[in-house]
Design a protein around this ligand. Structure first.
Ligand code: ZN
Length: 210
């Protein structure tokens, strides 16, 4: 598979041992002089490139690496080393935020597979836009009338549509592969859809009685 091209494992420039993560050597603590942008987000954490990220493992690796690259760690005395630590740290934060969330993780995998970006393809599945417009009006009306029961029911409705889109995203990412243009197209549409559902959920005024 094309996604198997790996720059990793990288050898530590100081102690020449293979590095689990190309960010920082677990053996001697040396920082990698290469910019984090040279590695995939998965490579930065030394984990397999897959949608099925283990959130506990990811969090553990993130915390370990964050600790070991921290600019205030003993021995990082030169300005250059501190600058490098800051660059690695912000790269690591961006990678962690992207991979921990299933939607941005799917977006990242789609981008990696060469699929359409949100700017390339703004379409959504079927008649969804008409439905979103209707729901938007219902939210406005219920909010104007301070109709807590109606808002609660709309919220349940939109939440279930959101969850359906997320289930489709998961199913596509588990499927035959994101190299397939049809799978890429459907994933793009579902990722666009979930943005609409999230926006609608944001528009529902709180507090809504539960
Ligand atoms: Zn080392």
């Amino acid at each position: 598979m094309a996604t198997e091209t790996k720059t990793h494992p990288v050898l530590c420039t100081q102690c020449r041992q293979p590095m689990d993560s190309p960010v920082c050597c677990a053996g001697c603590g040396a920082l990698n002089a290469l910019p984090p942008s040279m590695f995939t987000y998965f490579e930065l954490f030394g984990i397999e490139q897959t949608y099925d990220v283990d959130p506990d493992e990811l969090r553990r690796k993130y915390l370990d690496l964050s600790r070991s690259i921290h600019p205030d760690v003993a021995g990082r005395n030169s300005d250059q080393e501190r600058k490098q630590a800051l660059a690695l740290s912000s790269g690591l934060n961006r990678a962690y935020d992207t991979l921990r969330n299933p939607v941005s993780r799917a977006e990242y995998l789609l981008q990696f597979a060469g699929g359409p970006s949100p700017a390339d393809d703004k379409t959504v599945p079927g008649e969804m836009l008409a439905e979103v417009m209707m729901l938007r009006e219902e939210i406005d009306e219920a909010a104007r009338a301070s109709d807590a029961a109606a808002l609660k029911s709309i919220k349940a409705d939109v939440t279930s549509r959101h969850d359906e889109a997320l289930a489709r995203i998961t199913a596509i990412c588990h499927g035959a592969g994101l190299a397939d243009p049809a799978a890429q197209k459907e994933l793009r549409q579902q990722l666009n859809a979930i943005k609409y559902w999230n926006n609608l959920l944001d528009q529902i005024p709180t507090p809504v009685e539960t």
